[in-house]
Design a protein around this ligand. Sequence first.
Ligand code: NDP
Length: 392
Amino acid sequence: MKKPLKLFSSRRKFVKRFSQGVGSSLLLPSGLALSQWSCATKSQQGEQSQEQTETPAKKDRLGVALVGLGSYSTGQLAPALQQTEKCYLAGIVTGTPSKAEEWKKNYNIPEANIYNYDNYDELANNPDIDIIYVVLPNSMHAEYTIRAAQAGKHVITEKPMATSVEDCERMIAACKENNVELGVGYRLHYEPYNQEMMRLGQEEVFGPVKSLETGFAFNIGDPTQWRLDKELAGGGALMDVGIYTIQGACYTLGEQPVSLVAQEFNSGNEKFKEVHETIEFSMNFPSGLTSKHETSYSKSYNYLKAEAENGWFQLDRAYDYGPLSGKTSEGEMDFPQIREQAVHMDAFADSVMNGTTFKAPGEMGLRDMCIIEAIYKSIENGNTEVDIDYRS
Ligand code: NDP
């Protein structure tokens, strides 16, 4: 059996943070009992009397504020937050007043927990909000994560974590400095079909993996959307969905690549004048395996396939919200279809409340950005092999 996958530990000074929990002097989220624990900001902590800090009460569920009420927040995260057990939708941050009204009604959000991008930093004074979930266009993740950390809030940021390695490093540093947890929206670490790929690959159930192929692509519509704007998106299909194939290879193999080769294909469509349309790349792993990847904004596929010495295993719908499906050389996989986002957010909340290890911390988002930068470098250098610089 292989060595266990090196875990990205997100547990940090949990005990210290827990011991800083505040007493009942702060406002309580609607529907939560007095005995529940609230994350205090540094200034609030300073204001507490000694008596109040002696017996910190613990919250049963943490309050989440979603930042950016676009399609992912609306279609997936808000519904998932109706199913979570360790966190709940406590607030929103939006630049669109009509959405604020609609969400307030639909989800019974108190007026005091509704923010916009101008008064965002005032979240620091709101004890209802423990976790800020950044669901903005990619290039805005860094700024809103850093400001969340400075407000003393734990943060989940969507993928890609940022649009540069440098930004990922700044985000990690800000969270460390402010003693808050940082997670990435990599929901598939908590999804049963993908967890089975991790088990079969990492535990070498069919023997060592000999080949791995994976791809994620969709046909992008509206040419004016931010995903096609380099400044907001940072890149094209690779940043958006190709990143899942990097994840898929790493978690199936339980390794991270050391070098890679990449190539870009462009149909000449006006849509893709700022960002890459299609990229193919192969990544070399320490075990000697070379994984093959494809990603595109003008095709449609979604798979993760591994062949091992004594059998094969694959997902063909691998990366979306389900229904996912998979099979092995021994038959069909049969796992429950779950609300991936609910389990993912509950796991993050649990890591904050109980110090458990969250499987998709900021360090993992940084790793993937190092790989993405190496892919761009290989393309710029005329498809040459590039060593991946993990900067650590
Ligand atoms: P949308 O375009 O649907 O929503 C983005 C929202 O961000 C907007 O609705 C708006 O909300 C806010 N916003 C603030 N400034 C801008 C701006 N300059 N341009 C556009 N929007 C702005 O995007 P998605 O919800 O699809 O994606 C958001 C993030 O989530 C991305 O990083 C994406 O990669 C990630 N994502 C992750 C998925 C996953 O499975 N993990 C799936 C889908 C997306 P408001 O009006 O409230 O201010």
